[in-house]
Design a protein around this ligand. Structure first.
Ligand code: ADP
Ligand code: MG
Length: 920
């Protein structure tokens, strides 16, 4: 007998039983579908027929696991006590019987294209070869000892005789790799088919049920393709995974339960004709009325006798007890999406409901996530023990557990950081492997008193050993002797000796300068740590080799400041410095530019505009950039376009936590001055509220009387700069008339034209103003040593790093300085920040605390910080950022520029990511 005949005979028999069972269901489980004798009699007769057929060889041997009943025996046993069962048990029995019959048909090769009418989820059918449903997983009720039948009208109070099956059983997930920790068998068993991969690029309308309207809504979220949808990650997850027993849910509690639907009805009532859909649901501990409002169509969607998972609020309304349903799902009709699990919460847009979006995403995850190409090299995955990309995407949307969610997040966050880091390494390599930079070697004794200028720094200060051309500096003529130096040693010419930290970073810089490929270095050091002398020493070395330097500052006043100090530092060597600013007189400026072009001047100081000017800096050997976040990529490109390839030193006084430094400046080597010159008096910092203001005002008056100057910083007005300016102007008027009528007051705010701003700052610097009332615009680098006291209003509104910068404006001279942090009664977070500031003056400690307390988004206080738009990664996650960096360096060392074929997908991803990162 052929196999196909066997299967069709089995199917016919199964179909007959199925029809009877379905009929019994429709008739309300009254045991009236078969007369006489009911289901029990039918089962006996049917089993005889099956056995006969088997004996005639029409069915083959009973296929079942050893020890298990043949299906006909199982059915007989299942319905044996049907008549004596209570209604709910009958429901369960019929369902179990149906499953059994279907498994019989399924076992004889039921074609996958005609799924059974009930109780088979998409995952079950997707699994193909998964074993049929065993009765024990569906109907424990049918096997347990049962109480005598009770009359139906008391149904509401009846608990089930036995607990509902577990959700896992209900979902009937295929678990082919039981025992492994892999959460979902997402990797397709068969090799990916091209048409499925194309699905990733398909418009979202390829998803069943997504029409034009939904497509438009998704577009508003930036989701156009199925792939976009997969990368539309949840903001968070609601934990609806913990199932409670109905009997244990308290009043006022929102809980998730699993029970059997007993009865469903629509009830119209109330003045406004509200329709309430009420389902009676029970488990073995109790029963409850679940209520939905104004969704009458639910009546048809909630079949009696089906298991349901409900998340809702248990309330007492009048003398009724109800569960107001927030979300529900029928676990047997498919995977749980909206409840009974960790439920994803997505950013939404008008008209797009959470449920609709979850449904689409679930579809995309089930059908397409497996085809997202893995771009991480296998070696990196092995070293990091990360989930595969398809797994991570699936688990990040619909996690199996809190743990897999964490693993998924880790993988996706790692990806982002890894791409940033590889991009950084690429940038640095491009810069350093580019055209050679001049070899700028320091003659022994030029910088250091002890003549150690040419000594190599300790090897560990070079985290990265670049390849590329070396010492081809002859490409640029080395016109040494252009500026004959008149003094011999820089350190001796100073009124002080270098600090140990200054000496160390100078060594690192000098080593870079003599190497022949362009230096790319970040010099960070707290306010007043002495970065300017370090820069001046580097400039001197360039000059000694016949090369010019440019020193760039973010504002004109800072440029002027640098001009004065660098001129003074280099004067003993006979070097000339030119200042180039926008507010210079045309003639003055022309003269400066002319001097530069003719090589008469070795240093140009100016704002960043200097780079864009048609300034001839043909012999530019070194560019020093002061106080700039994320100066770098674009400016380097600007320089390159002018055909220049100088060494680059970026300086910042905002200490940056390591993770941020790696992310923002990962393309730079970092040198840190972590030591202040000896004998600095720390600023006396006092955090006050209420009447503390009077104390502060008194001290301002006293200091001014002693010939000192003061800053008063006005509150931050988040809404707009215009409002902030208005508030500052008002405060200025008030202080002038009410508080400091005797003193000379000045005002700066962001709405002033740059020239006006500069004028006010200059007047203050020149001592013609006693008290400068200002908004946050004074933050950066201004050096007025005579200013000794600063008042910061509403200090709790500013970030720690910003407050530290403000405070750095005082304490720059010989006099004891003070900083008052004024705030109203601050909240917990703010109190923590202000007390950290009161007790420490270490910028790095503060920066770490700021990042920890407020997160990277607020760290710089502005959106223009150049921080990448990271969807998953958290920059405060130090270990992960460090790991991403380490892995990126490891990979880069094996395959610089990711040229190997195996790394092509990764290279592509880096290029894409980097384009967005830089454009940001
Ligand atoms: P910043 O790092 O904030 O730019 P500056 O370079 O402006 O700091 O230096 C602050 C002050 O400290 C300057 O007046 C400078 O002359 C002085 N200074 C720098 N290095 C030392 C040192 N090693 N010993 C004593 N004073 C120093
Ligand atoms: Mg400085």
């Amino acid at each position: 007998m052929g196999a196909s005949q066997e299967s069709s005979a089995a199917q016919q028999l199964a179909e007959r039983a199925r029809r009877v069972l379905l009929h019994e269901q429709r008739m309300g489980h009254a045991d009236a579908a078969v007369k006489p004798g009911g289901l029990q009699a039918f089962a006996a007769q049917w089993a005889d027929t099956v056995r006969d057929a088997r004996r005639r060889g029409e069915l083959g041997a009973a296929r079942s696991e050893p020890g298990a009943d043949a299906p006909e025996q199982a059915l007989v046993r299942l319905v044996a006590a049907y008549r004596s069962q209570d209604p709910m048990q009958r429901v369960a029995t019929v369902r179990a019987a149906l499953a059994l019959v279907e498994s019989m048909a399924g076992a004889s090769a039921r074609p996958a294209s005609s799924p059974p009418a009930t109780a088979r989820g998409p995952l079950a059918s997707r699994s193909g070869g998964a074993p049929g449903v065993s009765p024990s997983s569906v109907a424990p009720a049918a096997r347990s000892p049962r109480p005598p039948a009770r009359p139906a009208d008391h149904a509401e109070t009846w608990p089930l005789a036995t607990p509902p099956p577990s959700l896992v059983d209900l979902r009937r997930r295929p678990r082919p790799d039981e025992g492994s920790t892999a959460p979902l068998p997402l990797r397709p068993a068969a090799p990916p088919r091209p048409e499925d991969e194309h699905l990733l690029r398909a418009p979202v309308s390829a998803i069943p049920g997504v029409g034009q309207t939904q497509e438009q809504r998704l577009t508003r979220l930036g989701i156009r393709t199925v792939r976009d949808l997969l990368y539309h990650f949840p903001r968070e997850h609601h934990d609806f995974s913990k199932l409670k027993k109905i009997g244990q849910v308290g009043f006022g509690e929102t809980a998730t339960i699993l029970g059997l639907i007993w009865e469903v009805e629509n009830v119209r009532g109330g003045a406004r004709g509200v329709v309430r859909t009420i389902a009676r649901v029970s488990d073995e501990t109790g029963a409850i009325r679940a209520v939905w409002f104004n969704q009458p169509y639910l009546l048809k969607q909630l079949p009696r006798g089906a298991y349901i998972v409900l998340t809702g609020l248990k309330q007492r309304i009048g003398n009724r007890v109800e569960l107001s349903v927030k979300s529900h799902e029928l676990p047997e009709q498919g995977d749980l999406v909206n409840t009974g699990r960790l439920v994803p919460v997505y950013p939404l847009t008008e008209g797009l409901t959470p449920k609709a979006l979850r449904r689409m995403t679930k579809w995309a995850v089930d059908h397409c996530a497996g085809y997202v190409p893995e771009h991480l090299p296998a070696a990196v995955r092995a070293r990091t023990r990360l989930l595969s990309l398809p797994e991570a995407i699936a688990q990040f949307h619909f996690p199996d557990s809190a743990q897999t969610l964490a693993e998924a997040r880790r993988r996706l966050a790692f990806d982002e950081m890894f791409l940033v880091q590889l991009g950084m390494l690429t940038q640095r390599a491009h810069w350093q492997d580019g055209p050679p930079a001049p070899v700028l070697a320091a003659p022994p004794g030029l910088v250091f008193e002890d003549g150690t200028d040419a000594e190599q720094p300790a090897p560990e200060t070079r985290a990265y050993a670049p390849g590329g051309p070396t010492s081809q500096a002859s490409a640029l003529d080395s016109g040494s002797g252009l500026w004959p130096l008149t003094a011999t040693c820089f350190e001796t010419s100073l009124p002080f000796r270098f600090t140990g930290a200054q000496r160390r970073v100078l060594r690192e810089i000098l080593a870079d300068l003599r190497r022949g490929h362009a230096m790319c270095r970040l010099l960070q050091g707290d306010v007043g740590s002495g970065k300017t002398v370090v820069a001046a020493a580097a400039i001197l070395v360039a000059a000694a080799n016949g090369y010019q330097s440019a020193l760039l500052a973010p504002t004109e006043i800072l440029a002027e400041q640098h001009y004065r100090s660098v001129s003074a530092l280099l004067a003993p060597f006979g070097l000339r410095v030119a200042l180039v600013t926008g507010s210079q007189k045309t003639k003055e400026r022309a003269a400066a530019l002319d001097d530069l072009a003719r090589g008469q001047v070795s240093v140009a100081v100016g704002t960043h505009a200097l780079l864009e000017e048609r300034v001839s800096l043909k012999r530019l050997g070194l560019a020093v950039v002061d106080e700039q976040h994320r100066f770098g990529v674009e400016q380097r490109d600007a320089l390159r376009q002018k055909g220049l390839h100088p060494h680059m030193l970026v300086m910042t006084a905002t200490p940056i936590p390591r993770t941020l430094a790696l992310t923002l400046y990962g393309d730079l080597d970092v040198s840190t001055i972590d030591e202040l010159p000896a004998g600095r008096r720390p600023v006396d910092t006092r955090w006050r509220h209420g009447t503390g203001r009077r104390e502060a005002y008194q001290l301002v008056a006293d200091e001014v009387a002693a010939g000192r100057q003061a800053y008063i910083i006005c509150p931050l007005v988040e809404e707009s700069e215009a409002l902030e300016a208005r508030a500052a102007t008002k405060e200025y008027e008030r202080l002038k008339t009410d508080v400091f009528p005797e003193q000379r007051l000045g005002l700066v705010h962001g709405q002033l034209r740059p020239a006006e701003k500069e004028r006010a700052m200059r007047t203050f610097r020149d001592g013609l103003i006693d008290v400068l009332v200002a908004t946050a615009v004074v933050e950066v680098g201004v050096d007025v040593p005579n200013a000794t006291i600063m008042l910061i209003e509403d200090a709790d509104r500013f970030g720690l790093s910003q407050l530290h910068q403000f405070r750095g404006r005082v304490g720059r001279g010989e006099h004891q300085s003070y900083c008052y942090l004024l705030s109203k009664q601050a909240g917990v977070g703010a109190s923590e920040r202000l007390s950290v500031l009161e007790t420490t003056t270490d910028g790095f400690v503060l920066a770490e605390a700021d990042l920890r307390l407020r997160g990277p988004g607020d760290f710089f206080g502005t959106r223009q910080s150049g921080l990448p738009e990271l969807r998953v990664a958290n920059l405060a996650d130090t270990p992960l950022v460090g790991e991403a960096r380490a892995q990126a360096e490891w990979l880069w060392q094996r395959d610089p520029y990711l040229r190997e074929l195996e790394h092509a997908p990764l290279r592509e991803r880096v290029a894409l990511f980097w384009r967005e990162f830089v454009a940001h």
